[in-house]
Ligand binder design. Sequence first.
Ligand SMILES: O=C(O)C[C@H](/C=C/C(=O)C(=O)O)C(=O)O
Ligand SMILES: [Mg+2]
Length: 427
Amino acid sequence: MKRSVFAVALNHRSQTEAWHDRFHQSPYQTPPKTPVWFIKPRNTHRRDGDTIALPSRQQTFSGGTLAVIIGQTARKVAAADAAAFIQGYALANDLSLAEESFYRPAIKAKCRDGFCPIGEPAPLKDISALEIITEVNGVGKQRWSTADLHRNAAELIAALSDFATLQAGDVILLGTPQQRIEVNPGDEVVIRAAGLPPLHNHFSTQAEAQTQPEGHATLFALGLNYADHAAELEFKAPEEPLVFIKAPNSLTGDHCVSVRPDNVDYMHYEAELVVVIGKTARNVSRGQALEYVEGYTLCNDYAVRDYLENYYRPNLRVKSRDTLTPLLPAVVPRSAIPDAQNLQLKTFINGELRQSGNTRDMVFDVPFLIAYLSEFMTLQPGDMIATGTPKGLADVNPGDEVVVEIEGVGRLTNRIVSEQQFEESLK
Ligand SMILES: O=C(O)C[C@H](/C=C/C(=O)C(=O)O)C(=O)O
Ligand SMILES: [Mg+2]
């Protein structure tokens, strides 16, 4: 089943209480105003009974939580109507390394292979005060109640579906408390809650590789991977890749429309080279990395800066909005691109050249990015890496024609429409 697994951080009162002072200081300045979304990509998905390999020399923490399963397409659903879009619930384990910061997306902490087992679903009538229990080797280690969540399932469905259309089978994990239970190789962990099948996983130093990944291909994206773009946003170039994940609902194609939300001040384009993975990659060296590339395409990684918050920045509400990732469907085979690190990128707005750069200016090149990600995640055929954008951003408005062009790869055209125009087109 192709499904997306969304999760929300800082949704438990104990977390916001524990971080209260920090969230009034730099880089956060103020507590989060909207849900702090993240994605558990398909390499993390496992089932009840699966063995999960733990990273060596790093503490891993269990995150027993409740998953809500979407039963039908949900777009801009009001909380009061959300129950009709819920197919059922399941237990899940949002496994994580220690959460040292909520400023940038925690891909290395939360998206490692096997870090999101999800149990069998069941209907539940009332989850307003459901107790989630975690047992390690038969001993109860944690018990928390959904009554202590800031936002309930209906509120989260409303918040997410406001900018990201959800499909049947998609999942939202409702959050975890501040206290996390460490898991170690040899442990048997069971997550329990009344009325739901338990979720039981064995933890080891080794586990069988994931055979058939179920979820959507993962679309990774890089923040500030061109120093000149970092500078125009008044950031320094990063010392480690700033990776975030874009949700599949944001994807659209060539000659399609992209929706500029009403009442925003700044939505900008981002011409980006996209690498398409061609074979399963895990612990791949930089020298071998290009052997795992099927080919290249290009995307426009639009951003609505009005919605930026300093929590998992850039947050999904900025980067994973419906229609805001136009992607050229045709993949140019690797053999046709002798040097992907020397390609001109251009963006034209209504025929005028507004952005121009070259992939030689990437901070982290394609082989580095594949080696970096495959060190802690298994990359599968079809996974993609949008490699960042050079300087030259500008606001776009309804009626604008935006053309992104990358030398030897292709040309991607799309038109900006207003929310009102888009809603009209759906009628
Ligand atoms: O200003 C932000 O937080 C967004 C920015 C995103 C950058 C890109 O998508 C890119 O460089 O291509 C960031 O991550 O800092
Ligand atoms: Mg980008």
